[in-house]
Design a protein around this ligand. Sequence first.
Ligand SMILES: NC(=O)c1ccc[n+]([C@@H]2O[C@H](COP(=O)([O-])OP(=O)(O)OC[C@H]3O[C@@H](n4cnc5c(N)ncnc54)[C@H](OP(=O)(O)O)[C@@H]3O)[C@@H](O)[C@H]2O)c1
Length: 321
Amino acid sequence: MKAIVRDRYGSADVLRCIEVPRPAVGPEQVLVRVHACSLNFGDRVALRGEPTFIRLFWGLRRPRVTILGRDVAGTVVEVGAKVTRWQPGDEVFGEMDQRGFAEYVAAPADHLARKPAGVGFEQAATLPVAATTALQALRLGGVTAGSRVLVNGASGGVGTFAVQLAVDLGAQVTGVCSTRNAELVRSLGADVVDYTREDFTRGDRSYDVVLDLAGGHRLAALRRVLAPGGVYLSSSGAGGRVLGPLPHLLKVTALGAVTRPRLRVVAARRDTADLDHLATLVAAGRITPVIERTRPLSEAADVFRALDTDHARGKIVLTVG
Ligand SMILES: NC(=O)c1ccc[n+]([C@@H]2O[C@H](COP(=O)([O-])OP(=O)(O)OC[C@H]3O[C@@H](n4cnc5c(N)ncnc54)[C@H](OP(=O)(O)O)[C@@H]3O)[C@@H](O)[C@H]2O)c1
């Protein structure tokens, strides 16, 4: 099968589209013929091995897993001996532990959700990491109808879902993005703060929930824009080359334990019930994945290369076969 393979950390230049053996299927796995996969911020982190502390987990000198890719949607073609839930022909999507940028992936059966007929493979492939993170973050923040929500980084993969999910809940949403994405974020139902012209932490508006997907602001400034009882949610965002956002996240965790207003770290977890819910929202037209680009798997390196110079806008999908 074809797969996007790298044998060292680096830029997009280390990626090759080559033939590799199909993965063997374990007793609790199914073999999925991948039709679409999507890129996440984390794939770029894994490609570069930066911030470098992540190499403690993913391989110190070189990556232990050579095929990147977490979000996949496809068709089950083979099931392991202990799998009763799936059968060949089932259309599924889910978050892998990597190895998704390939024609086939051996997926743990319990990582998968059923793709509704009304949701395309490309749409389904956008949901696992980004939409789940957005959904779980809004839940952590207790967002309900009427909540004033600010999403910093509203135009990216997670942000475009967070804006739509918060609007769907009846929240009043403000999205922070750059000028080129202002119209997109407005079209999703949010008021826009263009960060190239205005710093939202210096404005006079306050929010019940600040979901920070971009970083770059001091905690003291962020706390100033929280309404009484408000909550600041940090995903990860910016940081140095070695530790990345870790110092910020540790500070949020430590201060979050002892201070008011509340400060929380978003640590999204794989959850197939959430995937079912998200797919239902897509099928009903209540949210629509923002897909900036769709390219064949073989062009994965070019897509990663482009992201070195341009920020992502919504999701980028790779199609297979
Ligand atoms: N905690 C978790 O479980 C979890 C899971 C998934 C992702 N994340 C984190 O969530 C963050 C966002 O992920 P993503 O997949 O949405 O990334 P993404 O698709 O690359 O989007 C990032 C967005 O941030 C915007 N941006 C860049 N600089 C900004 C600034 N100074 N102010 C406001 N917006 C800015 C960019 O848009 P413009 O061009 O408009 O600037 C871009 O669209 C990442 O830090 C990622 O690590 C966490």
